[in-house]
Design a protein around this ligand. Structure first.
Ligand SMILES: Cc1cc2nc3c(=O)[nH]c(=O)nc-3n(C[C@H](O)[C@H](O)[C@H](O)COP(=O)(O)OP(=O)(O)OC[C@H]3O[C@@H](n4cnc5c(N)ncnc54)[C@H](O)[C@@H]3O)c2cc1C
Length: 460
């Protein structure tokens, strides 16, 4: 849903010299959850949302479905225009924040405008990592990196809607039949899912010894790898791209670390995403890679909050702070930030990693800590593996509490497992059933079952 109007003003008009009550950077999961909860508590305060993009909003997890042609642009927004009008949210599209003065409480945008604020939320998400790769034949540059990769025809990232539209157009215009993906993590695999869906062959190049190495174990990665290979596509493990060949401004091939030379007319770079805090001057807020927040989403500066993929926030399982870049946590953090910005008191209880991907008809989910060594103290691992049916179930338990789960093939009970992790339920009485394929509510500890009936229910 591209906006017809770049500077919409829904009610009160913002003047350049006015101090805004609530200023939000980011118009996505975290930013909009915050705006909504502020408005529920403060009917009068002015809320302005700034976004660098030209789309009213869209679900990032759905951009690969758009790429596959499974949904169209109108189907991927998660809030309609009425949401902004009803909540009197003044949304500024195409407005990129360039710098923030955290002492004097104002920020400057790309078009030179100054926005003074009483309270600020930074919900700017993540930005793709672009490794530096040697170029052969381009003439004007010796390397590609984050500053110039977009100048090469056929090299893309895939982290926002504009990327997906550009890739889709490029495939159609150039009749692309084979795509290489640098990076076999979640975004690389979601891209692979879209291309396989379109009948395009893929080459996945992965530095680790298997795909999805940070979230899957060897058995789980193996199931997905075998399925990809059986579809006629290739995975190059323990590998990376060392040289890229460019002719007439377009990628034509690359050389792998193992020396093989490959033809290529479209390359997706999907080696990871970092918190997007590029507009924050070093030292002005406590940061590691992301902005450090406490359990109320407060940064180190009073009245400046942060939420979503840009933060390092409380990690439920380790007890420390971590960047966990997933949609449901961005929403929960945004909601907590909004309530606190509006003057109430809401704790963000911490979160844990969870993601799912479906490849060639095999659904999978991983959640929590899934790659911990079985020899670690207090750790028990229960497994149920049926290679012929592409079924795998692994439950990692620490001191009688589940801390991680991998489900491949049948993911129907994922909500039950995530509830057990989130509520830190002692599962010692039901351990023998926990990795069974038919594990369900009936097997849960009695007290917890009662709590589900009269309590919060199951969140999937
Ligand atoms: C391809 C893909 C698939 C994914 N699949 C899943 C999935 O299946 N499940 C899941 O849970 N998560 C998934 N994720 C992750 C999920 O999309 C993110 O966790 C979520 O979008 C984070 O929300 P956010 O509000 O923090 O940031 P984002 O959604 O990244 O939004 C950031 C906002 O900030 C704006 N912005 C950034 N910089 C500036 C600036 N300087 N000035 C002004 N505005 C700025 C942007 O325009 C945007 O509006 C996926 C991500 C990708 C890329």
């Amino acid at each position: 849903m591209k906006s017809k109007n770049n500077n919409r003003k829904n009610n009160k008009t913002f003047e350049d010299n006015e101090t805004i009550d609530y200023l939000i950077i980011g118009n996505s999961a975290a930013g909009l959850a915050a705006a909504e909860s502020i408005r529920e508590l403060d009917r009068a305060g002015e809320i302005i949302i700034l976004t660098a993009e030209n789309y009213l909003n869209y679900s990032k997890p759905m951009i690969t479905y758009f790429l596959a042609g499974a949904v169209n642009l109108d189907m991927i927004h998660f809030k309609d225009e009425k949401f902004y009008t009803d909540n009197r949210l003044d949304i500024r599209l195409n407005t990129r924040v360039k710098s923030i003065d955290t002492n004097k409480m104002f920020l400057i945008t790309d078009d030179g405008k100054r926005y003074e604020f009483r309270k600020l939320l930074i919900a700017s998400g993540g930005r793709p990592i672009i490794p530096k790769i040697k170029v052969v034949g381009a003439g004007s540059f010796d390397f590609i990196d984050g500053t110039n990769y977009e100048k090469v025809g056929g090299i893309f990232t895939l982290t926002n809607l504009e990327d997906a539209i550009r890739v889709k157009n490029y495939i159609e215009k150039n009749d692309i039949k084979n795509i290489s993906i640098l990076g076999g993590g979640l975004i690389g695999l979601k891209a692979a899912e879209a291309f396989l869906e379109k009948g395009i062959d893929i080459n996945i190049i992965e530095l680790a010894d298997r795909i999805l190495a940070t979230t899957f174990d060897r058995e789980a990665s193996g199931i997905i790898e075998r399925k990809i290979k059986s579809a006629g596509s290739n995975i190059y493990r323990n590998n990376t791209i060392e040289e890229i060949y460019i002719e007439s401004g377009k990628i034509t091939g690359y050389k792998l670390k193992d020396g093989r030379k490959m033809e290529c007319s479209l390359l997706i770079i999907a080696v990871g995403v970092n918190p997007d805090a590029s507009f924050i001057e070093s030292g002005s807020l406590d940061m590691v890679k992301g902005i450090i927040v406490d359990d109320h989403m407060r940064t180190s500066v009073k009245n400046i909050y942060a939420a979503g993929d840009v933060v390092e926030g409380p990690d439920m399982l380790s007890g420390g702070k971590r960047n966990i870049a997933i949609w449901p946590l961005a929403v929960r953090q945004g909601t907590a930030a909004g309530v606190n910005m509006a003057g109430r008191n809401k704790r963000y209880g911490g979160g844990f990693f969870m993601n799912s991907v479906e490849l060639l008809g095999i659904p999978s989910i991983s959640m929590g800590i899934t790659n911990i060594g079985e020899e670690a103290e207090g750790i028990e691992v229960l497994r149920d593996f049926d290679a012929d049916r592409n079924m795998y179930r692994k439950v990692i338990i620490k001191n009688n509490r589940i801390i991680g789960v991998i489900l491949i093939g049948n993911i129907e009970r994922a909500g039950i497992y995530s509830g057990l992790i989130r509520n830190e339920i002692d599962i010692s009485s039901v351990k023998e059933n926990i990795s069974r394929e038919d594990f369900g509510i009936i097997h849960l500890p009695t007290d917890y079952k009662k709590h589900l009936v009269v309590g919060e229910g199951i969140e999937v």
